[in-house]
Design a binder for this molecule. Sequence first.
Ligand code: GDP
Length: 424
Amino acid sequence: MGNSVVVGVNWGDEGKGRMVDLLTEDHEIVVRYQGGGNAGHTVINEKGKFALHLLPSGIFRDGVVNILGNGVALDPENLWKEIEEVRAKGIVITPENLKISDRASLLLPWHRLQDALEEQRLKEKKYGSTKQGIAPFYSDKYQKKTAMAGEMADPEAFAAHLEELREWKNLTITGVYGAEPFSRKALEDWIREYAEKIRPFVCDTGSYLREADAAGRHILFEAQLGALRDLDLGIYPYTTSSTTLAAYAPVGAGVPAVRIENVIGVVKAYSTCVGEGPFVGEMTGEEADRLREAGAEYGAKTGRPRRVGPLDLVATRYGAAMQGASALAVTKLDVLSYLEQIPVCVKYRVDGVLTDEFPFPTLLDRAEPVIRTVKGWHCDISGVRRFEDLPQAAQDYILMIEASVCRPVKYISVGPERESIILR
Ligand code: GDP
């Protein structure tokens, strides 16, 4: 199959985790290359049901090596808790099957605190942050005010570096927000309780991957969130603080010259969006409640009810183009089975003018969805495994996506389990 990237085409939560879990069959290495533990992948397989936040979704396959690349927000505290949680369900995690890049920058304990303080300051203008410290972390990374995981190899120098950073950060915590300073003791506790625990997993994953690539081993790159949350090309400022695009995978993994054969863009059969920001097709009332219930649309990290809407072909076409998707995976098609008629957003109307183009972010508030209704299949499709066996209306729904987004739909997911998949 060659090297592949699994990315989100929409606002995130498209079901990337279940696709990575499936595709690890054909890849020996899985790399998370950006983002942090601020969202979650849900994976259901023969070993159980898991909510992953930072761990790559290949962690369940024997023989697969999982890597956290230099592009991730490495939060030792959350990562260690997640490792313990997953281990408690019988999954073996050792430095053999989990490797952390020595160049991954550390999300420090005050990043979460600063995130919460800023959301509090913004009041009703808040971004809807998950308060996991991701925005302060990436800001500090670009200001070169955090530390890299590899620095832990020299504990004294590492502690001294963090102490300098703590003093600097306290200027903001006390001066800007008027909050209590982050104490030296709390930092020392954090180093002992969390940073030290993940040290055995840290190594030069860049050279590991470059060698693996040269030897022809297949690598799967796993992204977090979706194209519309990309810092550069998404719905800024309601984006995340990292690059969610496939194009960043080689850099965020530390293997810049890698050739990627497959970019699999994951599209949900309808739309969901967590947090604040414009969401053109948003449904409300009973219609929204029914869809939310049918799709169990509650955040994996926060439990927040997700905002829901119809499939948005304008946003999906844009997202697939930004991802450079070579193929699409449509997930959660089974969720729409309760509908006799399915609404689809086919265009936007901005200031009275119809458009197929995804608008500049500040215009999104003025965009209205143009909804067309298509025929539903209105029967259980979760047991179907061949495209030809889908009801005609379900086949037509997929063909409509393909024609509108101009990319082949190669995977259709009809249930959360690994085997609930139709390959085309
Ligand atoms: P990710 O972050 O992109 O991996 O997405 P999430 O894990 O947040 O959301 C996907 C959710 O949908 C998870 O709970 C999955 O178990 C579930 N899921 C994935 N594919 C399907 C599907 O085809 N049908 C149904 N019913 N659920 C699915």
